[in-house]
Write a protein that binds this ligand. Structure first.
Ligand code: PHE
Length: 503
C-alpha cells in the first residue's frame, strides 16, 4: 500500500501496545508536530491508528502566590497577631491587631475577608476575636500552595486549588495532549508493507517556476479528517454585528450618515436645544478637545436661528431659556457623546442638501463618554443612530420601527418607558431582557424631535429619532454579561475565537 511520507513515518513510529504521544512520534519521524498530527488524523480516518486526546493541567504560582509561600498568608499573620493580642479570650480593637500584624495596604482587606471566610474568628464593628480551635498552621490553602510550589499538585486538595485560582495565587493552564496507537488494521497494513508514495503535499514556488508541478503526483486531501484548531484572524463580533445592523437598516429603507468624531458643540448640543448653562450639557461628560480649539465653519444663518430658539423660543408661545448663549461656546470642540450630531448635520440640509420627506437615515458609529467603567459601560461605545422624517408620525410608528428592527436580532420582548430628553417630546427609553441574568437592561433612547430643534433646522414635518447601543444589543444577542470581555484591553480572546456568528 502506498501512503504519503508523513503517514508512513507516523505508522512506523506508532506502537500497537502503548499510546505514544504525538510529539514523541513527530520527533522520531522527523516531522513537525502539526504535520504528525495531521497525518495521525488521516490515518485514524482510515482506521489504521486510534488517536486519544487528554487535557493536562499545569499549575504555576503567581507572583503573589510565591510571596505567600515564602512568607505566610495574610490571614495567617492576622490570626497570629490576634492571638498575641488576646483575641481568643474576647473582642480586641481591630486597629491594634492590624498594626501588630505588620499588614499594609491591600493585604489588610485580603487578610480580613479570608479570616472571616475561614472562621479564624469574627470581625464585628471594629473588633476582632480569634477562634482558639482554628488551625492556621495546617491551612489547606497554604498546604496546596506549597504542593504547587514543590511540583506535587497531586497531593493538593481540589477545593483548595480552586480557591487559590480564584484568589489569583495560582495560574492554571490547560494543554491538549494527543497520542496514537496502532489498530489491528494498522498492524496488518504494516505487515503487508506500506511504502511512501512520492506525492507532493505542498505546492512550492520552486515547483511552479521549474515547471515540475506538471509531472508530480499530489497528495490527496482528506477534508473530512479531524484537524487541529488554528486560530486565524477574523472579523470581531462587534464589527460583524455592526455590519448586520447596517444591512438590516438598509433593508428597512435607510441610508447611511457619516461625519466627524470630533465636532463643534453646536452640532452636538446647541442644535439639540440643550441650554449652554444646563447640566444636561455635561450629562454625558463629554471629552473636550484642546486642539483645535474651535470649529472652522458654521453656517451663520443656522447659528442665528439656533441662538434665537435658545433665547426666545420657537413659535408665538415660545419661551426659550432666557439664559446666556454665546457662539464661542457653540464653536468649542468635543468628542461626540452621541451621533445625534450627525442627525443634526443631515437634517439641517448642510450635509446632503435639502431633504424631501419621507426620508430615513442611520449610522452605526462610535461615541465617547467619560463614564465610570463597569460591566455595562466603557468610555466609548457604538451608537445605532437613526431617524425618520415624515408627515404625522406618532409614538406607534416609533414603537413599530423598534419592534421590527429588534425582531431581526431575535429580541421580541422590548419594553418602553417614558423618558426626558431636552430635544424630544415625547421621549422613550427602550429595554430588553438579558438572556442569562434575566435582568432588564436599557438598550436605547428615542423620541420625536421638538419644534425648538426642527424649526431652526428648517424642517417642517415630523422627525422621530433614536440612539441605541450596539454593545447592549450584542449582550442581549449572545448573552455576554460583561462588555469588557468583548471589547477593550481585558477582552477574552478565547470567547471571541469561539463565538459563533449568528446570521
Ligand atoms: N442622543 C440620545 C439618543 C437619542 C437620539 C435621538 C432622539 C432621541 C434620543 C442618546 O445618546 O441617548
Amino acid at each position: 500500500m502506498k501512503r504519503p511520507q508523513a503517514q508512513v513515518a507516523v505508522l512506523q513510529a506508532a506502537d500497537a501496545q502503548d499510546d505514544r504521544r504525538i510529539d514523541d512520534v513527530a520527533a522520531e519521524a522527523d516531522l513537525k508536530p502539526e504535520a504528525a498530527t495531521r497525518a495521525a488524523f488521516e490515518l485514524e480516518a482510515d482506521g489504521l491508528v486510534s488517536v486519544a486526546e487528554e487535557t493536562l493541567e499545569h499549575y504555576e504560582l503567581t507572583e503573589e502566590g510565591e510571596t505567600y509561600v515564602r512568607e505566610s498568608l495574610p490571614e495567617q499573620d492576622l490570626y497570629e497577631a490576634a492571638i498575641d493580642a488576646g483575641a481568643a479570650d474576647g473582642p480586641v480593637q481591630m486597629g491594634q491587631v492590624i498594626g501588630a500584624s505588620g499588614l499594609e495596604g491591600g493585604a489588610v482587606d485580603i487578610a480580613l475577608s479570608n479570616y472571616a471566610r475561614k472562621a479564624y474568628g469574627e470581625i464585628d464593628s471594629g473588633e476582632i476575636t480569634a477562634n482558639p480551635d482554628a488551625a492556621p498552621g495546617s491551612d489547606p490553602e497554604m498546604l496546596a500552595l506549597e504542593a504547587v510550589a514543590d511540583g506535587h499538585v497531586e497531593d493538593a486538595d481540589a477545593d483548595a486549588l480552586d480557591q487559590l485560582e480564584r484568589r489569583g495565587l495560582i495560574d492554571v493552564r490547560e494543554e491538549t495532549v494527543r497520542s496514537v496507537q496502532l489498530t489491528d488494521d494498522g498492524v496488518t497494513a504494516l505487515m503487508e508493507g506500506v511504502d511512501a508514495a512520492e506525492t507532493v503535499d505542498q505546492l512550492t514556488p520552486e515547483l511552479l517556476t521549474s515547471g515540475e508541478w506538471e509531472d508530480v503526483a499530489f497528495t490527496e486531501y482528506n477534508v473530512a479528517a479531524d484537524a487541529e484548531d488554528v486560530s486565524h484572524g477574523k472579523e470581531h463580533i462587534l464589527r460583524q454585528t455592526a455590519n448586520r445592523v447596517k444591512d438590516t437598516l438598509v433593508g428597512m429603507g435607510f441610508s447611511e450618515m457619516e461625519g466627524p468624531h470630533a465636532d463643534a458643540q453646536f452640532w452636538i448640543n446647541d442644535c439639540l436645544f440643550m441650554p449652554q448653562d444646563h447640566p444636561a450639557r455635561t450629562h454625558w461628560d463629554q471629552f473636550a478637545l484642546e486642539q483645535p480649539e474651535e470649529i472652522g465653519e458654521l453656517p451663520a444663518d443656522l447659528v442665528e436661528r439656533v441662538r434665537s430658539a435658545h433665547k426666545e423660543g420657537v413659535g408665538p408661545d415660545g419661551e426659550g431659556y432666557h439664559s446666556p448663549w454665546t457662539e464661542d461656546i457653540a464653536r468649542g470642540m468635543d468628542l461626540r457623546g452621541h451621533t445625534t450630531s450627525l442627525s443634526m448635520r443631515y437634517l439641517s440640509g448642510h450635509q446632503v442638501g435639502e431633504l424631501d420627506p419621507p426620508e430615513r437615515y442611520f449610522s452605526v458609529e462610535k461615541v465617547y463618554r467619560n463614564d465610570t467603567l463597569d460591566p455595562t459601560h466603557l468610555l466609548e461605545f457604538f451608537q445605532i443612530e437613526g431617524w425618520v422624517m415624515a408627515e404625522d408620525l406618532s409614538v406607534r410608528d416609533l414603537m413599530g420601527t423598534f419592534t421590527e428592527f429588534y425582531e431581526q436580532f431575535g429580541i421580541t420582548d422590548l419594553e418602553f418607558k417614558p423618558h426626558y430628553n431636552p430635544y424630544t417630546e415625547p421621549s422613550f427609553e427602550l429595554f430588553g431582557t438579558h438572556p442569562e441574568t434575566g435582568e432588564v437592561v436599557e438598550v436605547g433612547n428615542s423620541g420625536i424631535f421638538r419644534d425648538e430643534v426642527l424649526t431652526p433646522l428648517g424642517v417642517d414635518c415630523d422627525v422621530m429619532a433614536w440612539g441605541l447601543s450596539l454593545e447592549r444589543l450584542l449582550m442581549l444577542m449572545y448573552g455576554f454579561e460583561d462588555i469588557r470581555d468583548v471589547h477593550g484591553t481585558l477582552c477574552d480572546l478565547e470567547l471571541l475565537r469561539e463565538t459563533e456568528v449568528m446570521r
